[in-house]
Ligand binder design. Structure first.
Ligand SMILES: Nc1ncnc2c1ncn2[C@@H]1O[C@H](COP(=O)(O)OP(=O)(O)OP(=O)(O)O)[C@@H](O)[C@H]1O
Ligand SMILES: Nc1ncnc2c1ncn2[C@@H]1O[C@H](COP(=O)(O)OP(=O)(O)OP(=O)(O)O)[C@@H](O)[C@H]1O
Ligand SMILES: [Mg+2]
Ligand SMILES: [Mg+2]
Lengths: 255, 255
């Protein structure tokens, strides 16, 4: 049975979508069957893989609101061994629509039951909030990867994120683990990056992935070509970092 | 009467808090009476100004839930001519608590009525979402400043943001204007920044501020010292850019 992984951090702009796109495609390039689900109404992971939102027939919104089965909203082989369940702006309405419904936190988990055995890994890209969409992803997940930007503000919300993970584990998903903490946009020239890195290692200890993603222009250019950086600029240090992260994740993942 | 300005963009990490902290302190350094309200539960603007969250007695959450008057939650003279209404994680609960209440969108606007004449400008830093907290800020504001990072993903959500501003103008706040669009984290060495800048100018035309904020390590280091960059590194190109933005904003603001 496949492992479901949420990319979550309510701090904005820390590299959740970039990691979802690049880690899922790197793992898929190893020959694993991978599904990427875009749980963010902004749909950055969708467009980062070159999918035009106008062409999307069914999205995660249609699945969560019960209109279609999960399989109907999947675009197959977007890249080698990589399927995508896209999202579009309709998903923005889901949070308010779900608030007063029954089992609002387990919609995504139930939708995935029928397809989880078709994949080795399912990655879910979360929006920058701890609202119902992120809660749905944490409830459906076996584990969480937490991208942390090597910047001062990035340290602030971690306590709240860990509290939310604990709450989900206690009430909704007892098996939820932290698969790892990923340092992103690391600029070795700045003191700040070194200070933040030291603090993150101090706080999370062995949960911090050995792979560190450097700040790299190729990484930020790749989405404008609709490609993961491992296909846009395979020799770049950003692409190489995501490949070693994928190796470390597949080899070392607990559970 | 003071002008209320919301810093809004649901895309994460585009420089909302950084702009809220540095623009408000630059305008205050000109001798204007300024209040900064932190409408983001993450409280980055609060800590970016050196305020310890444990020391905060009353926050925006206490004001919005009607427990205290706005004046009671204001910390005076955090920097020259700059008062702050801080936020802390309690505010994260407000979105869910407000959903089923009467006039949930106008809580902040009503709370500010008693104090708006004490200030020349009131800046509000919004979270990375278009939920009730951002709607409250847009409803209380005379105008919006939209920070846009010079990156590909930053272009995606703009249509939704403008739609939300239109909805607020139609149903909640007829006078809501766009005071301007601010290009942030501009790296002149990359083609991407030039491409994104060209697209933003094409889309927003004269609404784009002439001042462009460059990517600058001093800007990202300043919050770790609890200081606006204009006090942390006044000669840096980041500080100078925020000072010229402040001048342009104060001189050219319509209304
Ligand atoms: N390693 C990197 N080097 C350079 N730029 C990067 C890197 N990782 C991400 N970026 C850029 O930084 C910006 C923020 O990254 P991204 O959008 O992936 O973050 P996010 O956490 O998904 O944001 P949001 O909170 O809005 O969902 C994007 O423009 C992206 O292209
Ligand atoms: N001009 C700049 N140069 C370098 N770094 C910057 C600049 N502006 C902002 N940053 C850094 O980029 C990160 C994102 O900025 P900031 O937190 O202000 O964005 P935000 O839009 O408020 O994020 P959120 O969506 O989480 O509220 C921060 O770590 C900040 O220090
Ligand atoms: Mg994202
Ligand atoms: Mg912010």
């Amino acid at each position: 049975v496949g492992k479901a992984v949420a990319l979550a951090n309510q701090k904005g702009g820390v590299g959740k979508s970039t990691t979802a796109v690049n880690l899922s495609s790197a793992v898929a390039s190893f020959g694993k069957k991978v599904l990427l689900i875009d749980v963010d109404p902004q749909g950055n992971a969708t467009s980062g893989l070159g999918i035009e939102k106008e062409d999307v027939k069914y999205s995660l919104y249609d699945v969560i609101s019960g209109r279609v089965k999960a399989e109907d909203a999947i675009i197959k082989n977007v890249y080698k061994n990589l399927d995508v369940m896209p999202s579009n702006i309709d998903l923005a309405g889901a949070e308010i629509e779900l608030v007063n419904t029954v089992s609002r936190e387990t919609r995504l988990k139930r939708a995935l039951e029928s397809l989880i055995s078709n994949y080795d890994y399912i990655f879910m890209d979360c929006p920058p909030s701890l609202g119902l969409l992120t809660i749905n992803a944490l409830t459906a997940a076996h584990g969480v990867i937490i991208p942390i930007q090597c910047e001062y503000y990035a340290l602030e919300g971690l306590g709240q994120l860990l509290k939310t993970i604990d709450l989900v584990r206690e009430y909704l998903n007892p098996g939820l683990e932290i698969f790892g903490v990923l340092l992103t946009m690391y600029d070795s020239r700045t003191k700040l990056a070194q200070q933040v890195t030291a603090e993150v290692r101090n706080y999370f200890k062995e949960k911090v992935f050995k792979a560190i993603i450097p700040r790299s222009v190729r990484v930020s250019e790749a989405p404008s070509y609709g490609k993961p950086v491992i296909y846009y600029a395979p020799q770049s240090n950003g692409a190489q970092a995501y490949i070693s992260l994928a190796r470390e994740f597949v080899k070392g993942r607990r559970g």
